[in-house]
Write a protein that binds this ligand. Structure first.
Ligand SMILES: Nc1nc2c(ncn2[C@@H]2O[C@H](COP(=O)(O)OP(=O)(O)OP(=O)(O)O)[C@@H](O)[C@H]2O)c(=O)[nH]1
Ligand SMILES: [Mg+2]
Length: 220
């Protein structure tokens, strides 16, 4: 399991074979976006998380058929006051996780909204729908069938996960990486324009690697 967020496993200049993609998480405040990212990059869980301010940035790599696929991950803030900033983060993203909480129907309605926004404004983005908190099955309010219907209508991929117990979190990102690699050249990659770092990576903000808050989403 991964340790700290990383730009690329071996450091140095990325070879042409190395892929780097921008991924964004969208969804209502409290659905567990930051918790999913924390589970992915550190395999950790925190029962009380601070609500995200603006957005947080992480780097993480997953392996697909022995090849590293690098993600620049933007964990956006779900609070209403940050809603208008979201398009800065999702435009040009290779993939978006639209997250809702299976115990909260309003969060599912908000997920519909984000899917519509993505389809209208960033059609090249692969969208996955993630129902989080399946460890709270007894409190479920969003039926699985409803999520499947939305996914089918919008031609996207539905998942259910738990940041708390780790169910399916890594699988979701591996599946996304595999789909992006499979789609190949038609997928926007990080690396053209913007601020380029010492190792050839796009740098969203001044500072060290790993987690950052705020900054420029630097879409491709
Ligand atoms: N039971 C359970 N609780 C979760 C899960 N994921 C997140 N939580 C809890 O839900 C609350 C909100 O989680 P966050 O990860 O901060 O949610 P967020 O979507 O990042 O919220 P914003 O940053 O405000 O947009 C926290 O108390 C988490 O501990 C989960 O899978 N299961
Ligand atoms: Mg958050």
């Amino acid at each position: 399991m991964a340790g700290m967020p990383q730009a690329r496993p071996s450091g140095g200049v990325a070879s042409p074979a190395q892929k780097k993609f921008k991924v964004v998480l969208l969804g209502e405040s409290g659905v567990g976006k930051s918790s999913l990212v924390l589970r992915l990059v550190k395999d950790e869980w925190m029962s009380s998380q601070h609500s995200t301010v603006g957005a947080s940035f992480f780097r993480h790599a997953v392996n697909v058929n022995g090849q590293p696929v690098n993600f620049d991950i933007w964990d956006t803030a779900g609070q209403e006051r940050y809603k208008s900033l979201a398009s800065m983060y999702y435009r040009g993203a290779a993939a978006a996780l639209v997250v809702y909480d299976i115990t909260n129907m309003d969060s599912f309605e908000r997920a519909r909204y984000w899917i519509q926004q993505l389809i209208a404004n960033s059609p090249e983005t692969i969208v996955v729908l993630v129902g989080n908190k399946i460890d709270k099955e007894s409190e479920r309010m969003v039926p699985r069938e409803e999520a499947k219907r939305l996914a089918t209508e919008s031609s996207l991929f539905p998942y259910e996960a738990s940041a708390k117990d780790g169910t399916r979190v890594v699988d979701i990102f591996r599946d996304i990486a595999a789909k992006l690699v499979e789609k190949g050249a038609s997928v926007p990659q990080v690396g053209s324009g913007g601020v380029v770092g010492r190792n050839g990576e796009k740098v969203p903000n001044k500072g060290t690697g790993g987690k950052k808050s705020g900054g420029c989403p630097c879409s491709s």
